[in-house]
Design a protein around this ligand. Structure first.
Ligand SMILES: Cc1ncc(COP(=O)(O)O)c(C=O)c1O
Ligand SMILES: N[C@@H](CCCC[NH3+])C(=O)O
Length: 463
């Protein structure tokens, strides 16, 4: 990542604190289209608009903090994945990134399927009308109740994550007189270049069955023997927020090698492979994401080539993008509260949310950018840290950012690229209420997930 050691921030230029920071951008009022949703722009008064609506109006109507989601952008990204993979492949949107009924309806309309990993996500997808056979069920520790519901409702497939689960799902399906379609999730032994908490294909972590030591082959052997299961394929997901395509390519290669081994041992050609999600997005201008058509081309080429070489029928490919679809489509709108300049260090700019609406900075040391969106400013750049309102010094939203030095209480700030893993990982820490998700499109805004209320909190407190 390109990080300059010496930003030219005039107010703090004498003693620069340790940490990651870039030089201030040439124009603090500019909005880099790499990190902002597609319809975001500034109007002639300098106010940022999205979907044709000024953020000042959104703040007045819906309050802050709020996640603001650009529906046209979401649909365009979903469609780009659908088109890139074509009719011979399936795109399962990873619901863990952000799931709501509106989103499920958009996905349905755009021809995507959904991957869920809990009873709650399954219920949301079903209640919004996603046909059960277009839902895949994931998870490393699915409960008996979750498996039973998944089989009962007829989900398209269940992804088996362990030897115990192979037996458990077979037993439950057989008990219902059903034969459940399943894939086996394997760990291909790839070191994905991402934060260790979100890398999932190396061996020492909780997901999947290792390819190493013949364990994946043994899992296939067992699954093929059980009446309650119809083994249709192999699944691999190497991690998340990945830019380097080589990890996906190695994973595809290893999955095809297993298909070949299965054919050689059992005479069975498994018809499907799922290569998971994980494509990275731009959180700051330093990130250069790959496009869906690039990953589609790379994956289909390698699978086709290797299957031809092995004289295997080319399997149907599916993928599970989450972040790459929803991440860039939303920003979080905050109001500035207390401002605290620390001489020789940086200025702490507090906003009315924090780690309860975006845990990613605290959890993964994630980097974000931020902009003043309620007006433009010609003031000098000021090295700032955008922090929340929680009782925790790690409650940081944007660790190192340049904001105009005249930023003041009441200004609106927006943090782009918060569509994925922000609302879905939000908490009630300090009994702060989770923000709404406001969808905007063609000059209209509507709440798709409402703001939590104190009544919501107290309803659960039955003591
Ligand atoms: C099995 C599986 N599929 C898909 C995803 C979605 O990943 P991403 O949001 O990085 O595309 C995840 C999360 O990392 C996952 O665990
Ligand atoms: N929650 C993580 C990604 C993990 C995805 C689920 N396997 C993030 O915010 O980056």
């Amino acid at each position: 990542m390109s990080r300059s050691a010496h930003p030219a921030g005039p107010r703090h230029a004498d003693v620069l604190p340790e940490g990651h920071y870039s030089a201030p951008p040439a124009d603090l009022n500019a909005l880099d289209p790499k990190v902002w949703a597609q319809t975001v722009t500034r109007d002639e008064d300098g106010v940022v608009t999205v979907g044709g609506i000024p953020v000042t109006r959104l703040a007045e109507e819906y309050g802050t903090p709020a996640y603001v989601l650009d529906e046209a952008d979401f649909r365009a990204r979903a469609r780009a994945w659908r088109t890139a993979f074509g009719a011979d492949a399936d795109v399962f949107y990873a619901g863990k990134a952000f799931l709501s009924r509106a989103v499920v309806r958009w996905l349905h309309e755009e021809g995507l399927n959904v991957d869920v990993c809990s009873g709650g996500e399954l219920a949301t997808a079903l209640s919004a009308g996603m046909p059960a056979d277009r839902i895949a069920f994931h998870g490393n520790n699915k409960s008996v109740d979750e498996i039973t519901r998944a089989v009962e409702t007829g989900v398209g497939h269940i992804v088996l994550d362990s030897f115990q689960e192979i037996v458990r799902v077979a037993h439950i399906a057989q008990g219902m007189g059903k034969r459940q379609k399943v894939l086996i999730r394997i760990t291909v032994g790839v070191e994905a270049h991402t934060h260790e908490f979100i890398a999932t294909a190396h061996e020492d972590q909780k997901f999947g069955i290792p390819l190493a030591g013949g364990q994946a082959a043994e899992a296939v052997r067992r699954a093929l023997q059980l009446d309650g299961l119809e083994l249709v394929g192999i699944h691999s997901h190497i991690g998340s927020q990945i830019f380097d395509m080589s990890g996906f390519e190695v994973a595809a290669h290893r999955v095809v090698s297993l298909l070949k081994a299965v054919r050689d041992e059992h005479g069975v050609e498994l018809p499907e492979i799922d290569l998971g999600g994980g494509l990275g997005i731009a959180y700051t201008s330093d990130d250069d994401p790959r496009e869906p058509h690039e990953i589609a081309k790379a994956l289909s080429e390698i699978v086709t080539r290797e299957c031809e070489a092995a004289k295997l029928r080319t399997p149907r490919i599916s993928v599970e993008p989450g972040r790459a679809i929803v991440g860039p489509t939303a920003f979080t709108l905050y109001e500035v509260g207390t401002i605290k300049p620390l001489d020789g260090l940086r200025t702490y700019v507090s906003v009315d949310g924090g780690m309860s609406d975006n845990i990613r900075t605290a959890l993964y040391d994630a980097e974000y950018s931020v902009a003043l969106v309620s007006r433009t400013s010609d003031a000098e750049p000021m090295l700032a840290r955008v922090v929340g309102k929680h009782c925790e010094s790690g409650d940081i939203v944007v660790k190192d950012a340049f904001l105009p030095a005249d930023v003041a209480p009441g200004d609106l700030l927006a943090v782009p690229a918060t569509g994925a893993y922000c609302r879905s990982m939000a908490s009630n820490y300090n009994h702060v209420l989770r923000p709404p998700v406001v969808a905007v499109d063609g000059g209209e805004a509507r709440v798709i997930v409402r703001r939590e209320t104190e009544e919501d909190l107290l309803r659960l407190d039955v003591g």
